[in-house]
Design a protein around this ligand. Structure first.
Ligand code: SF4
Length: 442
């Protein structure tokens, strides 16, 4: 809600009927301004007041769905300029581009390799983008069907030729591809096509002023599932445009720019293209289309995205379940750590390096690290006892010895007392685990 309590109050009937559950209109206005209640609770609003309040309550950037109803890629709905102010809501989507004149099976083979498992997270590109370079509607349609059937991701269709786009859409019913793009020249027909097929649409112009005008025209035609493309392709110009678009949407609530923005990586060399994409992803693209398609090129971009779009209020954590590393036996050692994912995966990697099979018990500390959780009273003897019980460690091993992280050696006594297990104090740093294991468990 962008209005103050007094601004909202001025729009209310001021009759104090109490029908909203508040004794006065002023009390209701204050509650609406604080986001505690929706303006719809007042049944006496005039149509004009309702419209003004709904517009003020709308998010500064529209949420746009690309792809089938059941498995769409969501972009937009951002409310912040900086992640640390709250969070970014929908990560920037990554589309890999292929031309309809290319070797499609070879592309599909490359594309299928762009999914990665890393530190317990699954990273993947989100869309396949098909560009019409053949100028042949039949060829474009065939390539679109092949991609739809084999890529397993929603599509972006790139052509400013309305007849080519129109030829492909009948065979993609229900797929809701992103149509790219409506321009000042084709916007009426392209908008009609997007509306008829329920597809989101890219609005492309040659300047921000032209983009603002064009977006308003398309909205007046009744289509609001839009992404913005300023038309710039040079890195600094794209960055400037993306920044202005986000500022105008979030800070100024400028309605023509209240849509997610997209960017095309234009560098010809793949690694330069990735660096360019990282710039756009950081500020403030909601969708990037690029041509790089080798895993070693794309993984850094996905890793960057994972870091940027994590919720700063929610530590990344693993399930607090015991994990067996290697061919464990009842004699295998038990390492205690926390369920902060970074800590857990470092410990897991070092235990694997030690070549001595072991159990790792990640205590549920709500994703906080060893020292933080100890300081917050989350990593305690009682918590370790609870984790041992819940994971049935007594029935898995034929001993009662656990290894505590060296940083919380101070917990040895209370842990021994709470669990009845003997405590070995392990190394402070995970890098010392291999040496520690060799000395204690060979
Ligand atoms: S229902 Fe509407 S008019 Fe009645 S008190 Fe609440 S805000 Fe005022």
């Amino acid at each position: 809600m962008g209005l103050t309590g007094l601004e909202i109050y001025k729009l209310l009937p001021k009759t104090n009927t109490g029908d909203c559950g508040f004794p006065t209109c002023l009390a209701f206005a204050m509650a609406v301004a604080a986001g505690k209640i929706n303006q719809e609770k007042c049944p006496h609003l005039s149509p004009e007041a309702r419209e003004t309040l709904e517009a003020a309550a709308a998010p500064p950037m529209r949420l746009v769905r690309i792809g089938p109803e059941q498995t769409p890629v969501l972009v937009g709905n951002e409310t912040e300029l900086f992640r640390h102010d709250k969070r970014f809501n929908n990560q920037c989507a990554i589309a890999v581009e292929v031309a309809d004149t290319e070797d499609m099976p070879a592309f599909l083979q490359d594309f299928s390799a762009l999914t990665f498992e890393r530190v317990g997270q699954r990273y993947s590109v989100d869309l396949a983008a098909l560009r019409c370079t053949s100028g042949d509607a039949g060829r474009f349609r065939e390539a679109a069907v092949l991609l739809r059937n084999s890529a397993g991701k929603p599509l972006v269709l790139i052509s400013e030729d309305v007849s080519i786009m129109a030829a492909a859409l009948p065979v993609l019913v229900g797929d809701r591809p992103l149509l790219c793009a409506a321009t000042p020249q084709n916007y009426r027909d392209m908008t009609e096509l997007a509306q008829k097929n329920g597809c989101p649409l890219v609005v492309r112009a040659k300047s921000l002023t032209e983009l603002s005008d064009l977006t308003e025209k398309i909205v007046r035609l009744g289509h609001r599932e839009l992404l913005l493309d300023s038309g710039s392709r040079e890195t600094a110009a794209v960055l400037a445009d993306l920044t202005q678009l986000r500022r105008a949407a979030v800070r100024k609530r400028y309605q023509p720019f209240a849509y997610p923005a997209m960017a095309f990586a234009s560098a010809t060399e793949p690694l330069a293209e990735i660096v360019q994409s990282i710039v756009f992803l950081s500020k403030y693209a909601s969708l990037i289309v690029l041509k790089a398609r080798q895993p070693a090129q794309v993984l850094p971009l996905l890793t960057w995205r994972a870091n940027l779009y994590s919720d700063p209020q929610k530590p990344i954590q693993v399930e607090p379940k015991v994990v067996a590393v290697g061919a464990v036996s009842p004699a295998s050692p038990v390492y205690v750590t926390t369920n902060f994912s970074l800590t857990f995966f470092i410990v897991e990697s070092e235990v694997a390096n030690s070549k001595i099979p072991a159990y790792i018990l990640p205590v549920n500390t709500e994703g906080t690290s060893v020292l933080t959780s100890w300081a917050a009273g989350k990593l305690t003897g009682a918590a370790i006892y609870k984790a041992l019980q819940e994971n049935g460690l007594e029935s898995r091993v034929n001993h009662k010895t656990l290894v505590l992280p060296g940083y919380v050696a101070v917990l040895s006594g209370s842990t021994q007392e709470a669990t009845g297990w003997k405590v070995l104090v392990g190394p402070r740093e995970a890098s010392g685990i291999a040496k520690f294991a060799r000395e204690n468990f060979r």
